[in-house]
Design a protein around this ligand. Sequence first.
Ligand SMILES: C[S@@+](CC[C@H](N)C(=O)[O-])C[C@H]1O[C@@H](n2cnc3c(N)ncnc32)[C@H](O)[C@@H]1O
Length: 264
Amino acid sequence: MQELIALATSNPELLNEISRLSIRPWALDRGRAIQLGHLRGWGLEYGSLVDEIGRQQDFRDAMELARTRGSLLTPAKLMNLYMLIKFGLPQLEHGDIVEFGSYKGGSAIFMASLLRSLGSTAKVFALDTYAGMPDTDAVRDLHHKGDFIDTNVEDFRNTIRANGLDAWVTPVQGVFSDTFPALMADGRKIALAHVDCDIYDGVKYAINEAKRFMVKDGYFVFDDPLHGSCLGAMQAIEETLLHADKLFAEQMYPHPVYRYPPLA
Ligand SMILES: C[S@@+](CC[C@H](N)C(=O)[O-])C[C@H]1O[C@@H](n2cnc3c(N)ncnc32)[C@H](O)[C@@H]1O
């Protein structure tokens, strides 16, 4: 651990180091690439990664699109997705990105822009009602039906078209349980599930269903559970990945990241 901190503090090019260490074999502990999790989390919170990533043109282009659409993700979360997509996904077999909760489409178009920069044939499927939250649980959730209603899927489609991103992102409108089964019916696999739907039912559905389609060593990234308004999202993760599957997080800052199935 001391060596890792030394590596992170003494290295003016931490991003290059993460790129280098992202190539297999990884240092493993309890089913996760713990060294990479440490470096990404520590580097974003205390190290030089915010400055380093902020200088990358592919990040800046993606960030501009996220701003155009509007995203609730913090810059640190977008930066972590940047590293997972740029350095992590090329190490996995082919799979798409499924986002559970897209609202105005900011994080989805951000990820799509990165896939294009990478020359990837993978795509982001951006799942949302685009008509506000469905029913929520009065005890576990603080969000209510109709929250996030101020969005428009046609507007999102226009932005995608105007930026030539149709090959990298598709909005999928409806509640997850209505849209996800048809989306996955043709043998599609998931390399990264970005779960950002805030509420117990949605997060639980996303985990239980996406798990069935994950490529080996795939990523689950959770936007919500550390927020004060999203204890229901945390409970869904606790019941599934923690208590049932007994997984350990690869990273907890700026958002929880799990590998599924656990790395071996
Ligand atoms: C916090 S917002 C997503 C933020 C977005 N990723 C961004 O970049 O700003 C959460 C979204 O989840 C959606 N959502 C929650 N549960 C859902 C479900 N079961 N089916 C479809 N959409 C759902 C809501 O409609 C809402 O737009």
